[in-house]
Structure formats: structure tokens, C-alpha cells
Design a protein. Sequence first.
Length: 101
Amino acid sequence: MVDLHTRLSDIKGMIDDGQYFVINRARQYGKTTTLNALARFLSSDYIVVYLDFQFLSHEDFQDASSFVAAFARELRQLRSCRSYMSSEIQIGVMRPKEGSY
């Protein structure tokens, strides 16, 4: 097994700086292993949300409003996030503010 500590520290540095990053490799290069290790590595400093976008439909990506609704639906299903959500968000009754999605 590969020691991921240096790689995870580098990624955490990017996250701490507000940077984006991409993990992009072929099959069997450890992308999922790295993301799982990263979730554990960050959990003491961040609220880690692990979502799989493959469960969203093509229609969910049609426009910003559809994506936000689908994203919120997926978040509501994550028990690990519930303690951070208001009861309105948990049951999905939030009304958008004027001028927002």
C-alpha cells in the first residue's frame, strides 16, 4: 500500500487556500482510495460531504435551478449532514430568496 500522507497534505494545503483540484487518472490508480483517505484526513478540520454525482440525472444538469434542487436533495439524504442543517432544509421546504436560483 502506498503512503498517501504527503499527497493528502498537499491536497489539504490547496483546500485550505481555497483552490480547486482534480483527481484524474485511468482505472485502478487509486482515485477512490485517495478520496476516502482524504475524507478521513480532513474530518478533524472540515465538515466532509461525500456525494456521487452519477446518481443525478441528465435533467438535473440542465440549468442552475435544477442542479441546486438535485444537489440539495442529495445532501438531505446524507445523515452525516443533518446535524448541520435547519429543519426546513432537512424536509426540503426552503423557499428561494428573490433573485436567487
